[in-house]
Design a protein around this ligand. Sequence first.
Ligand SMILES: *Cc1c(COP(=O)(O)O)cnc(C)c1O
Length: 362
Amino acid sequence: MILCANPRAQYLAHKQAIDLAIAQVLEKGIYIKGEQCSAFEREFAAFLGVSHGVGVANGTDALRIALSAAGVNPGDEVITVSHTAVATVSAIEQAGAVPVFVDIDPVYFVLDVSLVERALSPRTKAVVAVHLYGQPVDLAPLKALCDRKGLILIEDCAQAHAAEYAGKKVGSLGHVSAFSFYPTKNLGAIGDGGFVATSDKAIAERALLLREYGWAERYISAIAGGNSRLDELQAAILRVKLPHLERDTELRRGIAAQYRASLAGLPLTLPQERAGSRHAYHLFVLRAQDRSAVLEQLKRHDIQGAIHYPAPVHLQPAYKGRIRGSDALTHTEAVAQNIVSLPMYPELAKHELDQVVAALRS
Ligand SMILES: *Cc1c(COP(=O)(O)O)cnc(C)c1O
């Protein structure tokens, strides 16, 4: 079986170093808030080109904490897309804010920045730009709009570790950004993990308080907070993998280039890269007129295809009929009908890629 994502292959690729890192944490006996977490915070912040990083328990928490730390308050409206992992919208509502949807661009599958201005209301406080599949949102015009309107720009980078926009890592361009280290993500833990990145000292300080009971000093809560810590085992594993992230991203990009070359001429719409951006290919998502035929053909050849995502958030039972902007999501609804994700992970071998291509070509 050729899997769509394969976190075990990544573990095996770094098995010795990961096993050693785990053993060292176990022996040391400090399992929460030790040197692994703070070292990883410094290292990943430096990788992104931001001055502060806060390790948290998962990507959804990272987004919720980023929103609150940046000053998004209960009742504030936050503009984002419905074509995303439900976690984006879940985090906005957990922060007490009100999501408002705008449509995606049909070529790049991410937020259509030209639609944001007409979705603004007097209650709009922030925009969450989701770099879905590893494809950067067109941040320059979005940042200009946010600056002009006094809005907070938050990047959801859960699928976009090492993606770049105008030569900078995504996650370093907005006021604050959120990452997930869910095992299948481009930088994946062996369990849950998340990260808040910012170059704004005040946002970083509030994020630190929010991740642990609002403690400014131990046992004394300065503000009301919760618990969302990144544990030492996950931080140690992430520190083993981080030095390989650039190379892994190049491997993903190489696989994407091979898919693009080998699938040309088939009745499929292949993903495109925006000029000036570096797509990180968390997923390789194409559009097929006859999606069920494509999925059936992959299955027949023992290849796992997937759909990210089968239903836009605004059509899911928990959200249907209650989110402003949902009546004009033409492209969002259209892509959900015919997208397919092909196997994509750095360890995917050439002969496996050839099998995927052959299955589709036949
Ligand atoms: C995975 C993901 C999240 C949430 O991350 P978790 O670690 O699973 O909580 C948020 N946004 C997007 C776009 C994601 O893909």
